[in-house]
Design a protein around this ligand. Structure first.
Ligand code: SAH
Length: 220
C-alpha cells in the first residue's frame, strides 16, 4: 500500500489519531496499552475512502451491508476489559466487520481468530490484514453462533454483534478462567456483559448499556 495513504494526511494523520487517543483518555479509558494501539492503528483504512476524514471522530460509521464499524470508545472499552487481568493468549471475535477491532486486538494479544457471516466484509478485511502485515489474525466466513471449536478453547471471546441469548457453543469454547464479553439484548435495549468460566459454572456480570447491530444466523 502507498505509504502516504497508509500513514494518512490531514484528517487521517498521526496527529488526528493522537487527538482521538487523548479524547478517549478524557472519556475514561485508562489502559495505556489500549491508548497506544488506538494511536497506531490506521482506522481510516477500515472505512470507505469517502468517510476517511471522519475516521478519527469518536463515532460508529457505516461499512456497507447494513453494518457499522464500532465507535472507538467502545472498541477501547471492550479491549480494556479483555486485558485488565493480563493479556489473553488466544482470542475469538464474532463479527469481523471492518476488521478494526480485530486489528486492535492483534496488536496486543498472541493470536486472534475472527468470524464474519457476510462474505464481502470477510474478504475486504482479509485483504486489509494482508496489506497491513497482520499475520496473527485467522479468519473464517461463517455463522459465529457455532464458534470455532477446532481452534479453541479460547482465553477470551468477544462478540461485536448482539445476540438475545449467548449461544451455548461459545460458552463451551471458553478456557478455564476465560471470559466472554458481549452485548446482549434486542434492538431496543442491550447490556454489555462479562461471562467468566470457573470449572463447570459460568459467572455473569453486567457492565453498561451499549448499542450494537444484531447477531444474525447463517451466512450471506
Ligand atoms: N468488530 C467490527 C464490528 C462490525 S459490526 C468492527 O470492528 O468493524 C458487527 C459485525 O458482526 C457485522 O459485520 C455483522 O455482519 C457480523 N455478524 C452478525 N451476526 C454474525 C454471526 N452470527 N456470525 C458472524 N458475524 C456476524
Amino acid at each position: 500500500m502507498d505509504a502516504r495513504r497508509r500513514d494518512g494526511i490531514g484528517m487521517t494523520s498521526q496527529r488526528t489519531r493522537e487527538r482521538l487517543a487523548r479524547r478517549l483518555g478524557d472519556a475514561g479509558i485508562r489502559n495505556v496499552h489500549v491508548l497506544n494501539v488506538i494511536r497506531q492503528v490506521p482506522r481510516h483504512l477500515f472505512v470507505d475512502e469517502a468517510l476517511a476524514s471522519r475516521a478519527y471522530e469518536d463515532s460508529s460509521l457505516p461499512i456497507g451491508h447494513g453494518q457499522t464499524i464500532s465507535q472507538p470508545f467502545v472498541v477501547a472499552r471492550m479491549t480494556e476489559i479483555l486485558i485488565r487481568e493480563g493479556i489473553p493468549e488466544r482470542i475469538l471475535e464474532i463479527g469481523t466487520g471492518s476488521g478494526y477491532q480485530a486489528a486492535v486486538l492483534a496488536a496486543l494479544v498472541g493470536q486472534v481468530h475472527t468470524i464474519e457471516r457476510i462474505r464481502a466484509l470477510h474478504e475486504r478485511s482479509r485483504a486489509l490484514f494482508r496489506q497491513l502485515g497482520l499475520s496473527n489474525i485467522r479468519q473464517r466466513l461463517g455463522d459465529g453462533h457455532a464458534g470455532w471449536a477446532s481452534a479453541g478453547p479460547f482465553n477470551a471471546i468477544i462478540l461485536t454483534a448482539a445476540p438475545t441469548v449467548i449461544p451455548e457453543p461459545l460458552l463451551e469454547q471458553l478456557a478455564e478462567g476465560g471470559e466472554l464479553l458481549a452485548p446482549v439484548g434486542d434492538s431496543q435495549a442491550q447490556e454489555l456483559r462479562i461471562y467468566r468460566r470457573s470449572g463447570d459454572t459460568v459467572v455473569e456480570e453486567g457492565v453498561e448499556a451499549v448499542s450494537f447491530v444484531p447477531m444474525i444466523a447463517g451466512t450471506e
